[in-house]
Design a protein around this ligand. Sequence first.
Ligand SMILES: Cc1cc2nc3c(=O)[nH]c(=O)nc-3n(C[C@H](O)[C@H](O)[C@H](O)COP(=O)(O)O)c2cc1C
Length: 173
Amino acid sequence: MKRTKVGPFDYAIQVEKAIPKGVLLTTKADNKVNSMVIGWGMLGTIWSIPTFVTFVRTSRYTHELLAANPRFTINVPVDGPLPRDIFRVCGTQSGRDVDKVSAAALELVEGEKVDVPAIVQAPLTLECEVMYHTPLDESAIPEDLHDRYYVQDTDGLHDVYYGRIVSSYLLEA
Ligand SMILES: Cc1cc2nc3c(=O)[nH]c(=O)nc-3n(C[C@H](O)[C@H](O)[C@H](O)COP(=O)(O)O)c2cc1C
């Protein structure tokens, strides 16, 4: 598998358009790799550093893995949406209950600068190191959005992770 280097913003439009349809956030700790679908996130700049910002509910297994190893990869499909099986497994099942790498037949490629793999089926890769993370301020969330996303919700609020993009590339056969 060839790693073709690209700039962190070279595929910005494709990344931003793919996010609401679902891209993967991959983490690894204690030798366990786990991917979850995210539909919220953004590419941009803070402190003059190319950054990917992601929102992870405190109940996710991903949240636990990020606490153990604050590095992640963002894996974006380039020819259409994520394959259906990957979307279903990674978007509905928890890595606490299933090994999603085998359940979704994820093909892994070792990371370049982080100890978290890239995913062949979602080949545009942003390798990130968490610079800063913070919980949402529940009291500042507009009421209508709070009602929609957090009332009667046992999943917990989202924590916000600012990931410094340390490498970006396309996996190609
Ligand atoms: C389209 C879609 C978008 C999602 N976006 C997010 C998100 O941005 N943040 C989040 O915490 N969960 C999101 N989820 C839910 C997680 O993907 C799901 O709960 C997953 O099973 C968590 O896996 P984990 O427990 O292994 O971390 C989304 C699910 C789907 C289907």
